[in-house]
Design a protein around this ligand. Structure first.
Ligand code: NAD
Ligand code: UGA
Length: 454
């Protein structure tokens, strides 16, 4: 069998590498228009940082996994074509700021139509608005050339930083297809690929719309849990409750569960906000304003959490950070990735620069992306790979990504290197706050009483 994936990004690259590694007899080609990205994959040096990814890629590269920029030329020989291109929030025209921008996705559909000469199964891997598969099928069948296409929805649930684990041991694989004999055959064929390593009872078959909506719903509900605990974190700060204790007590209820209850500076990443806004747009389209408002609240609380974190820094430092050096520990939107899309660190750095602080950013994997994201701020931000140098002469440091190595830094030495009074703002509740306080720091966690000597 020959599989093609169009789009070699955070999803296409790792997903196809795992399929190739698990199915040595399936020929897997990944095609992308970004020549730089393709060259990196071809060299066995993934253009994204993801633990374990390089090893999986190298297992299959040159055997049954290859990368190419020849999108058109790869279409004809493929039996199954995954589409894993980006679907960002639209920034222009109707639905700007809410709806999905489907231009990359539609361009792909048209390329498939132009170059397919035999029947294909086309699989939506990208996250798309409900009923997009129908539009895909319409485009694919718009030219009567004797080729027929089955369109399946197979959304991806991997999280960055744990992509390989998530792909190798998924909670479920979701396949949505047409309710017909033909649809069932296409779903069976796709399920057969996953069944090489995923237990059958974890491979779920639904109708196409349920599959598309389940992906948006899963992200919305995960984000909603983070916004729920973050909303409570503000109340904890006002009442001297401790958000970690509250999360533990609440999460021990089996009906609620312990995951995704870590209070933070806010959620980031390329998908939570985008997918909720997409859901909101869909609800509004169907005239369901109350439902739209409910989900929009999840995004609003997230924005509020980021804003109040930045505001708290300024307030704690005697209401001014003008000319003060503030070290930002971590710029990635979460640990174990170099991805900075929608990272709360981006927002916080910008707010601090508006207040005329001198910001120094450090991150073990995301510094290149940080440089690009903050290029417009010029000299107001510096970038330093070594956290010990970043804190040199700083008035404060803020933890914005929960990188494990930050736990093991020598905070006594850091305290000695900083200006005093020295402030710690822990946007991830990563550090031992009592120990930092005893060293001399004034410590401001999320959702806990600050430990201050002032
Ligand atoms: P990405 O931006 O990293 O990768 C998309 C790739 O598609 C890019 O390399 C781009 O060059 C390529 N591309 C765009 N148009 C193309 C075309 N016409 N022909 C060939 N290649 C083209 O995006 P991503 O993070 O991999 O996300 C892809 C999709 O998967 C999105 O819909 C996203 O919502 C969804 N998703 C992402 C994640 C995640 O963790 N990043 C997880 C689950 C689902
Ligand atoms: C998320 C989902 O977890 C994946 O299932 C989904 O496939 C993916 O979106 C997608 O569609 O793109 P991802 O964004 O990579 O994955 O990472 P998460 O682990 O979900 O974290 C998202 C954000 O929430 C991060 O900024 C993280 O730091 C934050 N978060 C998460 C918290 O602040 N607290 C928590 O308890 C959990």
């Amino acid at each position: 069998m020959r599989v093609l994936c169009i789009g070699a990004g955070y999803v296409g690259g790792p997903t196809m590498a795992v399929i190739a590694a698990k199915c040595p007899d399936v020929d897997v080609v990944v095609a992308d228009i970004d020549a730089g990205r393709v060259r990196a994959w071809q060299a066995g040096e993934p253009p994204i940082y993801e633990p374990g990814l390089r090893e999986v890629v190298r297992t299959a590269l040159g055997r049954n996994l290859s990368f190419t920029t020849d999108v058109a030329g790869s279409i004809e020989t493929a039996d199954v074509i995954f589409v894993s291109v980006n679907t960002p929030t639209k920034t222009f025209g109707e639905g700007a700021g809410r709806a999905s921008d489907l231009q990359y996705w539609e361009a792909t559909a048209r390329t498939i139509l132009a170059h397919a000469k035999t029947d294909k199964i086309v699989v939506e891997k990208s996250t798309l608005p409900v009923r997009t598969a129908e539009a895909m099928a319409r485009i694919l069948h718009s030219k009567p050339n004797g080729v027929s296409f089955d369109v399946l929805s197979n959304p991806e649930f991997l999280a960055e930083g744990s992509a390989i684990r998530d792909l190798e041991h998924p909670d479920r694989v979701l396949i949505g297809g047409e309710v017909s004999e033909r649809g069932r055959r296409a779903m069976d064929l796709l399920a057969g690929i996953y069944a090489r390593w995923v237990p059958e009872d974890r491979i779920l078959r639904t109708n196409v719309w349920s599959s598309e909506l389940s992906k948006l719903a899963a992200n919305a509900m995960l984000a909603q849990r983070v916004s729920s605990i973050n909303a409570l974190s503000e109340l904890c700060e006002a009442t001297e409750a401790d958000v970690a204790e509250v999360a533990r007590a609440v999460g021990m209820d089996r009906r609620i569960g312990p995951e995704f209850l870590r209070a933070s500076v806010g959620f980031g990443g390329s998908c939570f906000k985008k997918d909720i806004l997409n859901l909101v747009y869909l609800c509004e389209h169907f005239g369901l304003q109350a439902v739209a408002d409910y989900w929009l609240g999840v995004v609003r609380i997230n924005e509020h959490q980021q804003q109040r974190f930045a505001r708290n820094i300024v307030a704690a430092m005697f209401n001014t950070v003008v000319g003060k050096r503030i070290a930002v520990l971590g710029f990635a939107f979460k640990a174990d990735t170099g991805d900075t899309r929608e990272s709360p660190a981006n927002f916080v750095c910008r707010r601090l620069v508006e207040e005329r602080a001198r910001v120094v950013v450090t991150d073990p994997q995301a510094l290149d992306n940080a440089r690009r994201d903050l290029a417009d701020l010029g000299d107001a931000v510096a970038f330093e790979p070594d956290p010990m140098r970043a804190v040199e002469g700083a008035h404060a440091f803020a933890v914005l990504t929960e990188w494990a190595p930050y736990r093991a830094l020598d905070y006594r030495a850091i305290y000695r290197r900083m200006e005093h009074p020295a402030f710690c703002f822990d946007g991830r509740n990563l550090l031992d706050h009592r120990a930092l306080f005893e060293i001399g720091f004034n410590v401001y966690p999320v959702g806990k009483v600050p430990l201050s000597h002032l």
